[in-house]
Design a protein around this ligand. Sequence first.
Ligand code: ZN
Length: 191
Amino acid sequence: MAAQTVFRARRRLGYGRGVSESRSDSFVPNTDELLLNNDQYVEQFADHELALLPRRHLAVVACMDSRMDIFALLGLAHGDAHIIRNAGGVVTDDVIRSLVLSQRLLGTREILLLHHTDCGLQKVVADELMEELEGETGVRPSWSIESFKDPFQDVRQSIRRLQVSPFIAYKEHIRGFVYHVEDGRLVEATL
Ligand code: ZN
């Protein structure tokens, strides 16, 4: 029942066409294969000496989109930065929580926000999805869907949320960018 409802919503929003549709139809769980991959990873593991504190004193807040390899697109190495991700790269209370720990306990002093073109949240009609969830479960979520139309505007919104948060101690080095999934380019969203 729930899966069918989700599938209907996805189709209405224009998701699930083409490749992703056929992939979801032929889904098999990945975990067993991933554990075999991890066996190989352990054999080649070379990061024994990394420190708990991120070397670059940097925290990155990014969308969870599967096309963004944060370490690769920024040229980061293991141990360089905290990577905090959610749907949209939105500055939610839980992102603030992570940033508070990142800054106060683990020494980060710079925040980089990464949103991107062709984000799934650009297609979501938040009110409809909220009504669907409430109708299906009887519970209206306390959280917001945080959908948006313009990724540049949304990055600016996230920067402002950080700037007005009393819990973010270090605000001098906050910058936001839109990653272009078409060519891998970052474009800054200036306030
Ligand atoms: Zn996204």
